[in-house]
Ligand binder design. Structure first.
Ligand code: DGY
Length: 335
């Protein structure tokens, strides 16, 4: 007589690496969005209703309403480090664990912060567009002169792991002075290791030649940079956002760029992405990329594998790797 063992059911809400899907199916019954369709909220709810876990991509709003309608759900594992798609309080109340994917993307994302800084300060994409448009007919001494990066002052807002990795690149690779602002000041040893000096947000905005945003999104960090903050920045300064859309007031930024109240911006994230505000698209002094700061094959695979580790860790062994709301969580039992 064979005993049927029910395996936990997992929903993968977007397309993913085949080896990641394969590893999941060694442990779970998996339903995947292999076609990478944009599911509506209703479609997501319908597919999630009979699932024990979900591999999510930082895009799906997991809130009280969804949790009430998905009674089997026990874990949502983001493959992203950001988790502003989770209502963690509602998840804790419902007994549903949320996990994210920290660390594995730190260095890659810091690399990209620098790529965006360099491209913005040195006007790389603007000059390439000029060349491709056939406008380069002769060399001129001031053509596409940009801002100095080496030896300048970098202001980092948000000094978590990625902020620290950026600080190290800036201080040791580019001989920059690094000032930072963070909710909590780093301890002295870490400040020394990053060669970074803690300052107020106002002082940072007034003194930095380049401002880099690496702060997580929350109600408190919404519009960290708006009209008032842009007004404090140097007219020669650049602003780089690799954090989240909504950290910057995009309309205020577009106006500041258009009126050349700051020199340039490099943006990987946007309010309401994947839509980009038309006023930003109209500015030539902004470098725009489609939320790709962590996008190398190795890193994206590692992020997805960490989400899988969390699903296996929790649903198979009862021990997630990078839980967000485990404290006080009374886990849902099988339905
Ligand atoms: C993250 O991991 O949060 C990145 O922004 C990719 O979404």
């Amino acid at each position: 007589m064979s005993i049927a063992v029910t395996r936990p059911r997992i929903l993968v809400t977007r397309a993913i690496f085949p080896e990641v899907a394969e590893r999941l199916s060694e442990h779970f019954d998996v339903e995947s969005n292999a076609a990478d369709d944009d599911w509506s909220r209703d479609e997501l709810l319908r597919r999630l209703q009979d699932k024990d876990g979900a591999l999510t991509f930082g895009l799906e709003r997991i809130d009280a309403d969804l949790l009430a309608r998905c009674p089997r759900l026990k874990i949502c594992a983001n493959m992203t480090v950001g988790y502003n798609n989770f209502d963690l309080d509602a998840m804790r109340t419902a007994g549903v664990l949320g996990t994210n994917a920290p660390d594995v993307l730190t260095e890659t994302t810091a690399d990209f912060g620098f790529a965006l800084l360099m491209a913005t300060a040195r006007r790389v994409t603007e000059s390439e567009h000029f060349l491709r448009a056939g406008k380069w007919t002769r060399w001129q001494y001031e053509m596409f002169s940009g801002a100095e990066v080496h030896g300048s002052t970098l202001g980092i807002i948000g000094m978590g792991r990625i902020g620290q990795a950026i600080a190290r690149r800036a201080a040791f690779g580019f001989g920059m002075q690094v000032v930072y602002h963070n909710r909590n000041r780093l301890d002295a040893a870490l400040e020394a290791e990053c060669r970074a000096t803690y300052v107020s947000k106002q002082e940072l905005l007034k003194t930095a030649d380049h401002v880099m945003l690496v702060v997580p999104y929350s109600k408190e960090s919404h519009h960290t940079i708006g009209v008032a903050e842009l007004a404090l920045m140097k007219p020669t300064a650049t602003l780089i956002n690799i954090a989240r859309g909504g950290i910057v007031d995009d309309v205020a930024l577009a106006a500041a760029l258009r009126d050349q109240r700051i020199a340039a911006a490099g943006l990987d994230v946007f309010e309401g992405e994947p839509k980009v505000h038309p006023d930003l698209l109209a500015c030539s002094n902004v470098v725009l990329t489609p939320h790709i700061a962590s996008a190398t094959v190795g890193t994206r695979r590692a992020m997805a594998m960490l989400a899988v580790d969390n699903l296996i860790g929790y649903l198979v062994h009862g021990k997630p790797v990078t839980p967000l709301n485990a404290a006080g969580l009374v886990a849902r039992t099988a339905v």
